[in-house]
Design a protein around this ligand. Structure first.
Ligand code: U2P
Length: 219
């Protein structure tokens, strides 16, 4: 009798935990990634000198002298999150790769970004790369953040202010600055599907400490 009771309790506990974990999984589940189903784009510009501090061997780091480089043009959901690696998976053709290499600093990054984010734009590869070209061309890099020789220190709010001054129409909630510890890592600009400056959705915000952050020099 004791044995039957113990087995019944065990079954009930197991069923309970299956139910709980199913509920947890469905709460955390992202909407399925479907090409073309998203709300706006996030243009991400990486401060290459910071990336190169930890990736010396990368092709973008060998004396290229880059300042900001294109990291990606990422489809986003207004409620937070983003689709990624949308089917069907299509590799870039030689012509598309050549176009992409005029925009991205390395072939590795180009191919990764197309596979992870570009496929979710709902555009064919050439149209996606043209959209990335338009997006990059729409953002004027402030004079003080062009590639240069010295290390500079700015507050994240000053970096946002500089970008807004150089880009009339860029709203205060349309830009985010990302740091890697005490160092500038990226500037992210939100854009509508037709590549106009726009407010960012949930979850896209500045991630830097208060006070000065370091902007290391180009190499
Ligand atoms: O932020 C760290 C890495 O997370 C990925 N990311 C972040 C925000 C977002 O909206 N979408 C996104 O994919 C980026 O990864 P990657 O594209 O480089 O693989 C980002 O570097």
């Amino acid at each position: 009798m004791k044995k039957i009771y113990a087995v019944t309790v065990l079954i009930l506990i197991t069923l309970g935990s299956i139910n709980l974990s199913t509920a947890r999984d469905s709460k955390n589940a992202r909407p399925e990634s479907v090409a073309g189903v998203f709300d706006y784009y996030l243009l991400t510009l990486s401060w290459s000198p910071t990336y190169c501090l930890t990736h010396e061997g990368d092709a973008q780091c060998s004396g290229k002298g880059y300042g900001f480089v294109l990291h990606g043009l990422w489809p986003q959901y207004i409620k937070g999150g983003w689709p990624q690696s949308c089917p069907p998976r299509v590799d870039l053709s030689a012509v598309e790769r050549a176009k992409g290499l005029t925009l991205f600093p390395t072939r590795k990054l180009l191919e990764h970004e197309w596979a992870k984010h570009g496929t979710c734009s709902g555009l064919d590869a050439m149209s996606y790369l043209e959209a990335a070209d338009t997006a990059v061309g729409a953002v004027r890099i402030p004079q003080k953040l062009q590639p240069f020789g010295d290390s500079y220190y700015f507050q994240a709010s000053e970096i946002m202010q500089m970008f807004r001054q150089s880009n009339p129409g860029l709203p205060a909630d349309g830009i985010a600055v990302i740091c890697n510890g005490p160092t500038l890592s990226e500037v992210r600009v939100c854009m509508s599907k037709d590549l106009e400056f726009a407010a960012c959705g949930k979850g896209v915000k500045t991630q830097c400490r208060a006070g000065d952050i370091r902007v290391p020099p180009s190499r």
